[in-house]
Design a protein around this ligand. Structure first.
Ligand SMILES: [Zn+2]
Length: 387
């Protein structure tokens, strides 16, 4: 008897999850449209929508234009009546964004602050910023996704090592923030979160086999394989950035020398251009210099282009993704410079693997990714996915 009840609850939730994903993909939809697309019966759809309304995942709105007859109300992800927060911890600047469950991130709902020097100060700043955004939120807040760089050990539930922000070593800011705020906070490795974001809101919608290479500060890799994020034994797989490519190269944040991430990232290009002009520069400064005085930095751009192509080729050769998204600013953000990177990839990749793969600039931001991470978690916690 009890077993039957558990089974029917699970079945009900699986249907609800299916509808939730449909509403996420299709945008505002009528119950009739959801019935048609899902193939479920009208009473099942109606019951499932009522349940999703009750838990606050979706909301109903009136259709914009009155069609002939009596148009049904539309169901959409709860954009106004509920929210999630996304917090991004990064080496230079952190940010927190409040978003509706439709995942739309906006500047007015984003707060940024320079990354504090100590872990205690970081937690204080995160708590204060989250409180400020929570205070301005009218609906129910379902949780907070906390995106972090470095190696996240899923079994230990901590950041075991963070080469570019050592104050995070052996910490779990999501757990600590959860204690302070009394609200569900989820620890997310930033490149994995970018994968989820590209699948939920970007060009990989519904995709099950693609990879994401982040070439901003560190060089991170996330791989979606068969619909699952590649984790390895403890969730630490994909550290392509710490492959040695120059045995006598400069010291990396991990302690080793000549790691790929010291040569194939925005941070690498910023360092090289700063050395050339003789003063420390920010990413925006370097972007301006590359636009205004491109001829002066040809060697630096060529070096980072070459190593970025090596990184991309390695990922394509090893993982055979349908699409490789590259997340970056200086080379990836310029159509002309990115085209040159892709041109170099052709020299470095096995022809058959490359023919199978698109290489595109990622559209997702890390704040969008933090939101996608918590949304993915809420959906999975509701019911398992049946693919
Ligand atoms: Zn390293």
């Amino acid at each position: 008897m009890q077993k039957n009840r558990i089974e029917s609850t699970l079945l009900r939730r699986i249907n609800e999850r299916r509808l939730l994903e449909l509403i996420q993909q299709q945008g505002p939809s009528s119950r009739a449209a959801l019935t048609r697309i899902s193939g479920l019966t009208a009473p099942t759809v109606s019951k499932a929508v009522d349940s999703l309304l009750k838990v606050g995942f979706v909301e109903e709105i009136d259709p914009r234009e009155q069609a002939l007859g009596r148009p049904g109300r539309l169901v959409r992800m709860a954009a106004e009546s509920a929210a999630v927060l996304g917090a991004v911890i990064d080496a230079q600047v952190c940010c927190v964004v409040a978003a509706g469950l439709d995942g739309t991130v906006t500047e007015p709902q984003t707060r940024r602050f320079a990354t504090p020097r100590t872990y205690a100060a970081l937690l204080d700043a995160l708590e204060k910023t989250c409180q400020e955004l929570l205070g301005g939120s009218t609906g129910r807040v379902h949780g907070i996704g906390v995106s972090v760089p470095g190696l996240v050990n899923e079994r230990l539930q901590e950041i075991v090592f963070c080469p570019n922000l050592h104050l995070l070593d052996k910490q779990n800011p999501a757990r600590d923030l959860e204690q302070r705020l009394g609200m569900q906070c989820l620890l997310l490795q930033e490149t994995d979160a970018l994968c989820l974001s590209e699948r939920m809101y970007g060009d990989a919608r519904g995709g099950n086999d693609f990879a994401m290479l982040d070439v901003t500060t560190g060089l991170g890799l996330g791989v979606m394989s068969g619909g699952q994020l590649l984790a390895g034994h403890s969730g630490m797989a994909g550290e392509v950035g710490h492959i040695t490519v120059d045995p006598d190269g400069i010291r990396c944040g991990c302690g080793n020398r000549g790691c790929l991430e010291t040569l194939a990232t925005d941070a690498a290009l910023i360092r090289m251009v700063s050395e050339k002009v003789g003063r420390p520069l920010a990413c925006d400064d370097v972007a301006s210099l590359l636009n205004e005085r491109a001829g002066d930095f040809q060697h630096e751009v060529r070096t980072v282009t070459e190593y970025t192509a090596i990184a991309i080729a390695a990922v394509i050769n090893i993982f055979n993704p349908t699409t490789l998204f590259v997340h970056g600013t200086l080379l990836v953000g310029s159509a002309e410079r990115f085209a040159r990177v892709v041109e170099r990839v052709k020299q470095r990749t096995l022809t058959a693997s490359l023919a199978d793969c698109r290489i595109v600039a990622a559209r997702s931001s890390k704040r969008q990714a933090a939101v996608a991470g918590i949304m993915d978690h809420l959906t999975n916690a509701w019911a398992p996915s049946i693919r």
